[in-house]
Ligand binder design. Structure first.
Ligand SMILES: Cc1cc2nc3c(=O)[nH]c(=O)nc-3n(C[C@H](O)[C@H](O)[C@H](O)COP(=O)(O)O)c2cc1C
Ligand code: SF4
Length: 778
């Protein structure tokens, strides 16, 4: 109805209304039908586009490259995902069947069945479907598990027979399997259809030294190895572990029932990016072992059936999602250099963990009473600004600190309160006859007889390329309890030998090298931190030398006073990480304000010492940081310090957040050819300055090249190798401050294979790739 004052004549209004009613009566059927049709089309369109989206969310294809992104998307779209899952579960015929089967096994959230004509969704770009190889690993000391594993594998094979996707399961003894082959990355298919792997591990627990310890150590070290992705097994389809134990002796899990299976399960979760396909099973061999195993087996077949149907574990499968694995996953190092203030509370957000640079602030905040006095041994004699109440100094790395946890997880043994020891990868590699580090090629150091250690885990730099995961404490002063040198010396040896002994069951370890390794002959004081930070470094060196253990000491050119007071070492290194002040600040991120002056003083000391110590400049090349345009600058530094040798090495990318925070990526790692070009240019720049240095040796394997002073060239041959016996004899004869020169303990000629142009790989060894496959040396 129109309002009365609208100004439109009533007769006109009534004729329009009449006309409209007339029109409706005449055409109402086509109008209604057309409207219904349009609404129907609209509904179908909306439905189809929604389904498309849901489909992607419901089934993250585990083989898709951007699986991670899918997961994130799925998380963000949780309500939609839930709705979609419910809908698919209600409607899919295939899923109904799976659902029925699953009633017997564990409850699972189903993914969308995208099975097309019976083929798995996992296909190569050419459409070839992947096959799944189930590998059943076991360990066994008294043969129970061995028998069970074989029978289990056979039965599993029977259950999977009808499923096209699966190859016949294989059983593998962990005492014989090469861990590098299976537990760094899954095996690669050389020919035939592409194969994906599903790992099952049957493991009895032993609280005595057994192969399980080696296996666990391998898993742990692989996870913490900075060269390897933290989840290198992420491409396996899934895994599950079953443990055997004995409740009679170990009644509960807290008391050790199946403790090693629990540990393997945790490490596998980490290595595989949480691909636990079925929960950890446990059984008491004497009581319910068989029953539990049979339940586990049923559940597994269920999961494998689902994988065959869906191409993956699907979202939300318990164990492949995000369970809290253990407390140690929670304290994963985030790469920040932390300092524990020792208050007991160790949450980062509470501020109890502080960067040492913040010590001033902590003290100002009234925490000074709990903080020991900082004794700057580098500036000893100066009066502390404020007289603090004397408090007993604390441990540098307390046992309950995150630093301790993190370092031990990376394989370090912490000795006393501030020292560490670790077996380096070259020591392990040499034990297996797979190559030694460049120090063998250049100086004759047997890697399997070399102990890598430090008496000070603390350092005064925070170098961008430091592979120590940023976990070591930093500081400009020694403010901690000081352990006596004999405690450190005995502790590091003991722990080194312990770690060597652990290697005895590792496949490929050569018996003769293992026997030799039980006598330490060399000590690389370069692990983490700054060895000359330790106030009793000279006494520690004396202990090494007394046992005729050579000493290669690396310092960071920040402690000139300690450097000046240092007694004889077999070889004395100074890290030269940049050729100018700005570059050094960017790379080393030194804590000392006068870092450049300290650096210069160290070079002066090295120059003075060059006829008494075998001095080495160690250059670490980082592309876009200190490589380009710095040749001349480095040549100037060599001219200033006149070292006996210059070692030039391409940086190794450690992939921690420390490095990424500093803007370091793989792109900063120079190619070997770039390192070679740099060294050739540096040699030329030195010759231009009238300095007689030449390229003496190379170790292409670790991207390292050695420039040597002509002092070590005899009759046209380089003599970079050291005569260690001669060194100890001279030391015994002349004392730790004795007057003898590096030339006096110069060894035989550098082996031909190590000289420039010959690669530097010891021909006695077999070079292998990361998975232990032989590589032909070109
Ligand atoms: C020396 C020894 C130590 C053991 N330690 C443990 C243990 O710490 N926790 C546990 O649950 N079972 C322990 N067991 C029990 C074994 O795990 C169990 O007997 C297992 O079935 C043995 O498997 P196998 O015959 O394949 O080696 C131990 C057995 C022995 C002989
Ligand atoms: S020098 Fe270093 S890398 Fe070489 S064997 Fe010794 S500890 Fe390992």
């Amino acid at each position: 109805m129109l309002p009365e004052d609208s100004g439109v004549a009533p007769s006109a209004v009534s004729s329009v209304t009449h006309y409209a009613v007339e029109l409706w009566h005449r055409h109402r059927i086509p109008i209604i039908l057309t409207t219904l049709f349009a609404l129907g089309v609209l509904r179908i369109y909306v439905h189809l586009t929604e389904e498309e989206k849901r489909e992607l969310l419901v089934l993250p294809k585990i083989y898709a490259d951007d699986q991670q992104d899918d997961r994130i998307a799925a998380k963000e779209e949780k309500p939609a995902l839930e709705a979609a899952k419910k809908k698919v579960a209600d409607t899919s015929e295939d899923d109904k069947k799976i659902g029925a089967r699953q009633k017997k096994g564990p409850k699972r959230i189903k993914g969308d069945a995208t099975k097309k004509n019976g083929t798995r969704i996992t296909e190569t770009p050419t459409g070839e479907p992947h096959k799944i190889q189930v590998l059943v690993f076991y360990s066994s000391l008294t043969a129970n598990t061995e028998k069970i594993a074989k029978q289990f594998t056979e039965e599993l094979g029977e259950s999977l027979k009808e499923m096209d996707a699966f190859l016949t399961p294989q059983v593998l003894d962990l005492a014989e399997a090469d861990y590098d082959e299976y537990f760094i990355t899954p095996p690669k298919t050389e020919s035939g259809p592409p194969i994906d792997y599903f790992y099952l591990i049957l493991l009895p627990s032993y609280n005595i030294d057994s192969i399980n310890d080696n296996f666990l150590e391998h898993l742990q070290e692989t996870h913490h190895d900075f060269r390897i992705d933290t989840s290198p097994l992420a491409s396996i389809v899934g895994y599950s572990v079953f443990g055997f134990g004995d409740r009679e002796g170990w009644p509960t899990e807290e008391e050790g029932f199946c403790f090693q299976a629990t540990q393997v399960d945790k490490w596998m979760a980490k290595l595989s990016g949480r691909k636990r396909a079925y929960p950890l099973g446990m059984g008491d061999w004497k009581k319910d072992g068989k029953e539990r195993l049979s339940e586990w087996q049923t559940g597994l077949v269920d999961v494998l059936t689902q994988i065959e149907q869906n191409g993956g574990l699907g979202e939300g499968v318990p164990g492949s999602g995000d369970p809290i694995e253990s407390d140690d996953e929670e304290i994963e190092d985030d790469g920040e250099v932390l300092f524990d203030d020792g208050t007991g509370a160790n949450s980062k957000s509470s501020g109890s963990l502080e960067d040492v640079e913040d010590i001033g602030r902590i003290m100002a905040n009234g925490k000074s009473s709990a903080t020991p006095i900082a004794i700057d041994f580098t500036t000893e004699g100066k009066q502390p600004r404020k007289k603090a109440t004397p408090a007993p100094p604390k441990d540098m790395v307390p046992k309950d600190s995150p630093t301790y946890n993190s370092l031990t997880k990376q394989g370090y043994a912490i000795v006393g309160s501030h020292s560490g020891v670790k077996i380096c990868r070259w020591t392990k590699s040499a034990l297996r006859g797979r190559g030694s580090c460049y120090k063998y090629s250049f100086y004759g150091i047997n890697s399997h007889q070399c102990m890598e250690t430090t008496p000070s885990l603390s350092c005064s730099n925070k170098c961008v390329f430091c592979w120590r995961h940023g976990t070591n404490p930093v500081g400009t002063t020694w403010r901690w309890k000081v352990d006596p040198p004999d405690l450190i010396f005995n502790g590091v040896k003991e722990n080194h030998y312990k770690k060597i002994k652990m290697m005895r069951g590792v496949p490929g370890v050569r018996a003769e090298r293992f026997a030799e390794a039980m006598r330490i002959r060399h000590c690389a004081l370069s692990l983490v931190g700054e060895p000359i930070f330790y106030p009793h470094i000279n006494e520690f060196l004396e202990m090494l030398h007394k046992e005729r253990i050579s000493s290669f000491l690396v310092c960071n050119a920040q402690h000139p006073d300690q450097l000046a007071a240092l007694q004889h070492v077999t070889q004395l290194y100074v890290s030269i990480d940049a050729s100018n002040k700005e570059s050094l600040r960017r790379i080393d991120r030194p804590l000392h304000r006068d870092f450049w002056e300290r650096f210069q003083r160290c070079l002066d000391i090295l120059r003075e010492r060059r006829f008494r110590q075998r001095t080495v400049f160690r250059l670490t090349l980082v592309k876009d940081f200190n490589l380009e345009d710095e040749v001349e600058g480095y040549a100037d530094l060599v001219e200033k310090g006149l070292p006996c040798f210059v070692e030039i090495k391409g940086v190794t990318y450690c992939g921690t957040s420390t490095s990424s925070n500093a803007g370091l990526t793989m792109a900063n790692v120079p190619f070997y050819q770039e390192v070679c070009d740099f060294v050739v240019a540096l040699e030329k720049a030195l010759l231009k300055r009238g300095l007689n240095y030449g390229i003496a040796a190379e170790h292409a394997h670790s991207c390292c090249i050695l420039l040597a002073s002509d002092r070590f060239n005899v009759d046209g041959k380089w003599h970079t190798v050291i005569d260690y016996d001669k060194f100890f004899n001279l030391l015994e004869e002349k004392g730790p401050d004795g007057d003898f020169s590096p030339e006096e303990y110069m060894g035989p000629a550098t082996p031909e294979w190590a000289t420039w142009g010959n690669g530097g790989f010891d021909p006695r060894d077999q070079r292998v790739d990361r998975k232990g496959r032989p590589i032909e040396v070109s």
